[in-house]
Ligand binder design. Structure first.
Ligand SMILES: N[C@@H](CCC(=O)N[C@@H](CS)C(=O)NCC(=O)O)C(=O)O
Length: 210
């Protein structure tokens, strides 16, 4: 059985959604670096970065990095259609996954922890880093929306891994509000992905409706 380390509001939502689409049973462990306790202690033993999502494969192999996890799940469960079968479509989906991880998710790590990226940062420094990174993040999402057309999904003809990662990573740092104004069609697609009947219970679990 897979073991998924994750926490409410975290990127583990994308992996849980992928496991649901693949119809694969898994054990969830509540863990996050900001939640001291046995969950994060167990996660740190397998992932020294102590970041979620962290996934243990059934044979105990440790997988980290959202894009890598989604690609591996897509390859191992081809019937899930997490990755498209046609080579050109699959190549674009993988490009999109790495784009989001390398650009958007990375910017969020700076916004959340500016002190990790600047020595002796004052609160003013931290706020300047946050503000600049947030502006850059929103530009990165605009560029993503322009570069990865929906056909009708971002992954291609069927809902897949790229849709999941885009819908989850855009939940943070004001990206959804920005996109609603700058790229309304893309924003509507993200909302539709989140409300897809198989996925809405996952999104409601990670972001409980108020
Ligand atoms: N490169 C990782 C980033 C994962 C990440 O930053 N996760 C956040 C939560 S969404 C985290 O665990 N942050 C806590 C920390 O860095 O201490 C990925 O693509 O999965």
């Amino acid at each position: 059985m897979y073991t998924l380390f994750g926490a409410q509001g975290s990127g583990a939502a994308a992996i849980e959604a992928a496991l649901v689409l693949a119809g694969v049973p898994f054990r969830g462990v509540d863990a996050a670096s900001w939640q001291p306790g046995p969950g994060v202690d167990a996660m740190r033993r397998v992932n020294p970065l102590a970041q979620v999502p962290t996934l243990l494969l059934p044979d105990g192999t440790v997988l980290t990095e959202s894009a890598a996890i989604l690609i591996e799940l897509g390859l191992h469960h081809p019937e899930s259609r997490l990755l498209p079968p046609a080579e050109a479509d699959r190549a674009q989906a993988i490009r999109g996954l790495v784009y989001i991880a390398a650009n958007c998710y990375a910017a969020i790590g700076v916004i959340d922890y500016p002190e990790r990226w600047c020595t002796q940062a004052s609160e003013v420094d931290r706020e300047r880093i946050r503000s600049g990174s947030r502006t850059r993040l929103h530009q990165l999402w605009d560029l993503f929306a322009d570069s990865f057309p929906a056909r009708p999904f971002l992954t291609g003809t069927q809902l897949g891994a790229l849709d999941l990662l885009a819908a989850v990573v855009s939940k943070w740092s004001g990206a959804r509000a920005h996109l609603a104004a700058s790229r309304p069609d893309f924003s509507a697609l993200l909302q539709a992905i989140e409300r897809e009947p198989r996925l809405s219970p996952v999104f409601d679990k990670y972001w409980p409706p108020s």
